[in-house]
Design a protein around this ligand. Structure first.
Ligand code: GDP
Ligand code: MG
Length: 671
């Protein structure tokens, strides 16, 4: 049996980097049961350890989902050893978690990460001395370069499963220790979990509700604890009960750090991060730079590089695979409909989506780079100033940024907003941020109708989404969601040059979903669309797809879209299938327009540039796909709200698209 090891640390301390170092590609990503926090686990080479990458946390108090998940995992699953990762560039704050982790009586190795950066800046951390003071192994590492990573696991192996008592390693000042021990001796009568008593004692001082519920102490025990704490507070010069544990820990950290940490010599001068921030978050430059970066990202993704890669994949499907399959079917003397199913529907539908993999991958690569380097947090910070002016919470900007990737996790990220109104408003606005699945639609239409300004047109879609979100924010926060907003607190991490490997892994994780979707949902949708497009209600094959079931349905609703400039049954049907997954809009069009040559030619017959633009805007804004909708329902915890959200979005889509087409027609009519 491999030992179970868990990585615990602050957000951005390098857990995932170390996790990748240890497990390579040998990892599994899932969810923690019952919640939507991501769970990653994997095996080290040789299967010596099963490693779990716990969510990043600042403390073991139960204020966030991440903290609860981490805490419950450690207490209930009892890993054989913990690796506590400490960001060496920010050691005081990180040690605050370390001290709480040590209270849990689980063998722990402290790994002081980013030592390359600490030393590079002229500072140093005396880990041996720290280790002697803390009473646990402390190892300087760099998860980025792999320095000492093996040593961490060797030490972990020695410690794994040993008898480890928190009382032996937690060394607060004597008065505090005395108080905690008195509480421990009361607890001992009521609680079997004898290893965790010190941890529980601290939590009782903090009046942690979760722990109180877990322990089910009788009233007299609680009163006894209260008396001990009151006595302690009356004697010692600590603040009130809420902050006393934090006080005790920070005083202890101060002593720890004083002898062991040498701050970078130039700490009077500006650190690299400060220097970069002087430019990137400069009062005047921040916003232009932000837009420049985003524009560059789109320029490369949708410009020459992206389109070249896309053409390569397209060539593979349309010029190699499709003719080959056609020929095979011909040789096998297969009936006509098999050709239409396999070549038009399956290769056309699935292949049509897969051609966007290079661009999606590029986009995710840029987003991962921005996230990993530390710029993303700045972007949120920069945008916060703007968003405040509109009465929006700055914290909503993080889920909204994530919305550029995929709406579903972005909606989940809105959990980080404590206030329910903020949260619901953010959830309503996040789908307006253009997710990766909508990109194939823009790429297709921009490629056909705006060949010369492809990047600008696609970029304008993203801007349109943001603008609609901001305007909706103003509108909704003044009407439905009136109330107070919580202030914006966000850690600005240090800048890092992200490692190539980490970016590639992250990009792959995100793109994988897209490819799997193409192979499953899009595949199924293509076949379903093909079927309903070729058969009528009495299941007879039709020669003109306008007579098919799909054609009939499409014609029935197409009239609705006529004022928007795209009242064809094909467009209507694409919009409907887009509800399953937005990529389906494109794969459906590929299937519907498959007979008779290229899709670009077919599209340019039924759309004008103006109606194409209106169509893009509609698909950007109307209600998100089923999976996102289900998530919205779950996170808002109300079907009514979820439906209202979907209705609002579809209404806005209709209105904006109508405006684009009607005003556009009027203006072009005047010219
Ligand atoms: P997590 O949030 O704890 O999972 O942290 P990550 O593993 O995602 O790392 C956050 C950032 O720190 C990334 O940009 C990493 O490339 C960077 N990073 C991680 N370890 C090191 C290190 O040892 N040295 C340096 N200079 N950067 C690191
Ligand atoms: Mg991580």
């Amino acid at each position: 049996m491999p030992y179970k090891a868990a990585l615990v640390g602050n957000p951005n301390s390098g857990k995932t980097s170390l996790f990748n170092d240890l497990t390579g590609s040998n990892q599994y990503v899932g969810n923690w049961p019952g919640v939507t926090v991501e769970k990653k686990s994997g095996f080290t080479a040789g299967k010596e350890f099963e490693v779990v990458d716990l969510p990043g946390i600042y403390s073991l108090s139960p204020y966030t989902m991440e903290e609860i998940v981490t805490r419950d995992f450690i207490i209930d699953q009892h890993p054989d050893v913990l690796v506590n990762i400490v960001d060496g560039t920010n050691i005081e704050r990180n040690l605050y978690l370390t001290l709480q982790v040590l209270e849990l009586s689980i063998p722990t190795v402290v790994a002081v990460n980013m030592i390359d950066q600490v030393r590079g800046g002229g500072g140093d951390i005396d880990c041996d001395r720290l280790s002697a003071q803390l009473g646990v192994p402390v190892i300087p590492i760099s998860a980025k370069t792999g320095y000492h990573v093996d040593k961490v696991m060797k030490t972990a192996k020695k410690l794994a499963g040993t008898n480890w008592r928190a009382e032996d390693v937690v060394r607060y000042d004597s008065a505090s220790r005395q108080m905690l021990h008195e509480i421990v001796s009361i607890l001992a009568d009521y609680c079997d979990d004898s290893d965790r008593l010190l941890f529980y004692a601290g939590k009782l001082v903090e009046q942690d509700e979760n722990i109180l519920r877990r322990l089910k102490l009788p009233e007299e025990a609680i009163q006894a604890v209260d008396r001990i704490v009151a006595l302690f507070l009356s004697k010692a010069e600590y603040g009130d009960r809420e902050t006393v544990m934090a006080d005790i820990r920070y005083r202890y950290i101060e002593k720890l750090v004083a002898g062991s940490v040498k701050k970078p010599e130039n700490s009077g001068a500006l650190s690299t991060t400060d220097k970069i921030d002087k430019v990137l978050t400069n009062r005047f430059l921040a916003i232009p730079i932000f837009f420049l970066i985003i524009f560059l990202m789109f320029g490369i993704t949708f410009g020459p590089v992206g389109t070249f890669l896309q053409d390569c994949v397209d060539y593979l499907f349309n010029d190699i695979l499709a003719p080959a399959v056609s020929r095979l079917l011909l040789i096998a003397n297969a009936p006509d409909w098999t050709h239409s199913l396999l070549v038009d529907a399956v290769i056309g539908g699935v292949g049509g989506i897969l051609t966007f993999v290079p661009q999606i991958t590029l986009l995710f690569m840029f987003l991962s780079f921005l996230e990993d380097s530390g710029y993303m947090a700045r972007a949120a910070f920069i945008m916060d100033k703007i968003m405040r002016k509109f009465g929006l919470s700055g914290k909503s900007f993080i889920p909204m940024l994530m919305g550029f990737g995929c709406t579903t996790p972005a909606v989940m990220a809105a959990r980080s907003l404590e206030n329910e109104k903020d949260r619901n408003l953010t959830i309503m606005l996040t789908p307006f941020m253009s997710c990766g699945a909508r990109m194939p639609i823009y790429a297709l239409f921009a490629g056909v109708f705006f060949e010369d300004n492809r990047e600008i047109v696609v970029f304008s879609m993203y801007i349109l989404g943001m603008a609609v979100a901001v305007l909706s924010g103003i509108l909704l926060s003044k009407t439905v969601f009136r109330g107070v907003f919580s202030p914006f607190v966000l850690e600005l991490p240090q800048y890092h040059m992200p490692s190539f490997r980490a970016i590639m892994l992250r990009t792959w994780e995100k793109s994988k979903g897209f490819i799997i979707k193409a192979g499953t949902i899009i595949f199924a949708m293509s076949v379903v669309v093909w079927f309903f497009q070729n058969f009528d209600a009495s299941f007879q094959m039709v020669s003109n797809s306008g007579d098919s079931m799909l054609g009939q349905l499409g014609k029935w609703i197409a009239g609705l879209f006529a004022p928007l400039g795209f009242g064809t049954w094909q467009a209507a049907v694409s919009i409907l299938t887009g509800l399953v997954a937005k990529e389906s809009v494109v794969s459906t069009m590929n299937v519907l327009y498959a007979d008779g040559g290229s899709i670009s030619a077919a599209l340019s017959q039924v759309f004008t540039p103006l109606s194409a633009y209106a169509f893009m805007a509609f698909t950007l804004l109307y209600m998100p796909c089923i999976s996102a909708f289900a998530t919205i329902r779950r996170e808002m915890n109300s079907m009514k709200w979820a439906l209202a959200t979907a209705l609002y979005q579809t209404g806005v889509a209709y209105l904006v698209s109508l405006l684009i087409f009607q005003v556009g027609s009027f203006v072009t009519g005047m010219l």
